[in-house]
Design a protein around this ligand. Structure first.
Ligand code: F0G
Length: 460
């Protein structure tokens, strides 16, 4: 396969997986209430639910685990991690958190200084939005229109719509904007990157209005790699330099380290230079996550993360990582399956609104296709559409998503091109039999975050 990057590692340890029979898959899915979240992992052959904490660690990381210093305060592991994060970001103050949402619950409330404030992001990730709302503020998404045109090539579909951003700030008043969040890559848009030019424009607007700038950088290394690949003037810069240029633009970095930290659990808070703000967060982290030098992590987790952060900036790793997604996307497109194109950083987003137009949004087209793919091949995707969006808090009506996406999320360093080839074959079979796929109705629906626990039955 000359067009795709070669794997920069070999396999040293294996975890057996097996495919249960089709009859068993039909039965297990029924028992799971037609919701892949409720399946047992052992009943899944290829698990594409998420890339979060599901990747493989390197032998360097496993070796680093053994050096964990489990001191409650001032652990050596913390200082090793702090050194790496300072070196990558250039930021002065670092605290670990147990994962991304742990970092969010510490920092976001500290920025909400009064009632009726807003955060603006290209697209808030669900937990970020939840923490904004829990803190009493509201979340506004402000992504470019190109994001919703899945078929046309556009290199940076994750970008902010800058004129709209200015409009929102003028309408709400700069003093009411608690922060601008650069979500890189833009997960909900399909792992789509944000260009450096766009981030610079956004930060100029933020600076002119004295609004704090946050990076939600779960996949910042993948974003930096896309800038190198796709943006003029960056071909000869290293990913590390591009990442540094990105961090220079912002004030605060929040990270779910379960992605580009290459660990199974972990998160980070980094603050550029505001000592008072850091002290406020230090007070807040103790009751929520833990003492500021462990933040909910074991010492050994911090050591694994210190190594993983460096490995995720390795360009041969990133080239292969991004090409795994591109390879799966190319196979699917060749088979006629509609996807968000070009593919982004961590997943192929399949446009199920186009696959099953006979299923209305409130019968959850992408959930129905996900179930069909599980039955076809034991593959577990995740719905990113109207099921995830939930109901309008006032009218209680189902909210209609802009796109009914099914996300095929690729864990890091875990599956081979053969696995991905199998996924493509199965999904193309599903696509060729799409007329038979039926919509779903609830048999159980929880009032919040319903997608995790909901149960359904197919509408005959
Ligand atoms: N921000 C982004 C952009 C994310 O994608 C996630 C998690 C978080 C914050 C929260 O981090 O899970 O460590 O608490 N995304 C996962 C996903 C869950 O499947 O996309 P967390």
């Amino acid at each position: 396969m000359p067009n795709y990057a070669r794997p920069p590692y070999r396999i040293k340890m294996v975890e057996p997986i097996s495919l249960i029979t089709k009859e068993e898959r039909i039965e297990r899915l029924k028992e799971a209430g037609y919701n892949p979240f409720r399946l047992k992992s052992e009943d899944v052959y290829i698990d594409l639910l998420t890339d979060s904490g599901t990747g493989a660690m390197s032998h360097f990381q496993w070796a680093a685990l053994m050096q964990g210093d489990e001191a409650y305060a001032g652990s050596r592991s913390f200082y090793r991690l702090e050194k790496v994060v300072k070196n990558i970001t250039g930021y002065k103050y670092i605290m670990p958190a147990h994962q991304g949402r742990g970092a969010e619950q510490v920092v976001i409330p500290e920025l909400v200084k009064k009632p009726n404030m807003y955060f603006i992001s290209n697209i808030h990730f669900d937990t970020t939005r939840a923490h904004v709302e829990i803190a009493g503020a509201r979340a506004i998404d402000c992504v470019v229109e190109e994001c919703f045109d899945t078929e046309t090539y556009y290199p940076f579909k994750g970008n902010f719509d800058v004129p709209k951003l200015i409009e929102i700030i003028n309408e709400k008043g700069a003093e009411n904007i608690a922060g601008i969040i650069l979500t890189i890559t833009n997960n909900s848009a399909g792992g789509q990157p944000v260009s450096m030019e766009n981030m610079k424009e956004v930060t100029m607007v933020a600076r002119a209005n004295r609004i704090p700038i946050l990076i939600d950088g779960a996949r910042y290394a993948e974003n930096s790699y896309f800038i190198k690949l796709r943006e003029d003037g960056y071909q000869n810069k290293s990913v590390r330099e591009i990442a540094r240029e990105t961090f220079d633009l912002a004030d605060i970095f929040l990270m779910s380290a379960k992605k580009d930290g290459l660990v199974n659990i972990g998160g980070l808070i980094a603050i550029k230079d505001d000592e008072d703000f850091f002290k406020q967060c230090q007070i807040n982290i103790v009751p929520k996550e833990g003492f500021p030098t462990y933040g909910g992590l074991a010492g050994r987790d911090m050591d694994a993360l210190a190594v993983g952060l460096e490995e995720a900036l390795d360009e041969s790793y990133l080239a292969y990582r991004i090409d795994e997604i591109r390879y799966l996307g190319d196979l699917l497109r060749a088979g006629g399956v509609p996807i968000q194109y070009p593919t982004g950083g961590h997943a192929v987003f399949v446009d199920c609104g186009k696959i099953v137009p006979h299923i209305p949004y409130d019968q959850f087209p992408a959930q129905a296709v996900s179930n069909a793919l599980y039955i076809e091949g034991g593959i577990r995707p995740v719905e990113i559409g109207s099921l995830l969006l939930g109901r309008d808090p006032d009218t209680k009506e189902n909210i209609k998503a802009d796109k009914e996406f099914m996300r095929l999320t690729i864990p890091r360093r875990t599956y081979t091109f053969e696995h991905l080839h199998y996924v493509a074959e199965c999904l193309i079979n599903v696509y060729n039999n799409r007329d038979k796929i039926k919509g779903l109705k609830f048999t159980y629906e929880s009032p919040i975050l319903r997608h995790f626990t909901a149960e359904f039955e197919p509408i005959e």
